[in-house]
Design a binder for this molecule. Sequence first.
Ligand SMILES: Cc1cc2nc3c(=O)[nH]c(=O)nc-3n(C[C@H](O)[C@H](O)[C@H](O)COP(=O)(O)OP(=O)(O)OC[C@H]3O[C@@H](n4cnc5c(N)ncnc54)[C@H](O)[C@@H]3O)c2cc1C
Length: 292
Amino acid sequence: MQVPAQFEYRRATSVADAVALLARHGQGARVVAGGHSLIPMMKLRLAQPEVLIDINDLSELGGIGVEAGVLRLGAMVRHAELLASPEVGELVPVLHDAERVIADPIVRNRGTVGGSVCQADPSEDLSGAFAALRAEAVIGDGESVRTVPVREFFTGPYETVVGPAELLLELRVPLWSTGSAYVKVDRRAGDWAVAAAAAALRVVDGRVAEVGIGLTAVGARGFVAAEAEEHLRGGPATDAAFAEAGALAAAHCRPSADQRGPVDYKRHLAGELTVRALRRAAARAGAGAVAA
Ligand SMILES: Cc1cc2nc3c(=O)[nH]c(=O)nc-3n(C[C@H](O)[C@H](O)[C@H](O)COP(=O)(O)OP(=O)(O)OC[C@H]3O[C@@H](n4cnc5c(N)ncnc54)[C@H](O)[C@@H]3O)c2cc1C
């Protein structure tokens, strides 16, 4: 049986209290949200916090709302809550696509949006989706807040810009896209991605006015397929253009071989899934790509 090392447990009463506890206990402290990444790591002794700061009572980190063209998701919004929101499904269906393929209802009932992005697992599904949507992360230290584009939030595998005495407060999704989609290949239902792609599009008069492409589990920097986006922006929203974007996404990602598959297979998936996500996003934008 795997059991964590001994730790002290504190239940934060406010964001300021959580941050004060983090500051007081330094590197030995970690916050726990849904616990679905941190607790398994503690059981395996890959993480050994001396003090665990529970942020589950912080209602100020909850809630889903739309304000001035921006979807706001509190860091403690559970996966299941996001999936149950008709507003999210209508405005940014890429998030519902991604949530449907994250683990199972038990994980989705506890795991949080904030915990997912703060974990910064290269195979995390929401990170690619938020990167495609050009979301922003709002980070606070109890006194001031700062906003960081999600594309600059990840500094490496399992590393983010959130400081040791800071909390992720919310994610803000600007509502510029008119269609979006997420497509994933996993070895069995609910498993982590072998590879996945997210696409968000704004199509005007058959042309790509704006585009975001996120890639999961294939070593794309910041989860973004930047070259593919650049290729599409301003051009026609056609199957031929999407195929070219897919080829660029495949060429520029950096997958690693592991138990989920070899490099060539993952690279092929990155390209093919990019094309499929773009086609589905275009169809949802009411601008189904035309063969060219
Ligand atoms: C069996 C299983 C299968 C899974 N499959 C998938 C999958 O297919 N796809 C997928 O994307 N995910 C998957 N997950 C992960 C799941 O989505 C987790 O819920 C998620 O990774 C972490 O969210 P959490 O709220 O549980 O975070 P926690 O485990 O509580 O925390 C994770 C990390 O984030 C930090 N943290 C949490 N909240 C904050 C905050 N507000 N501010 C600063 N730091 C914070 C913690 O200190 C910790 O370092 C799976 C998990 C399990 C157990």
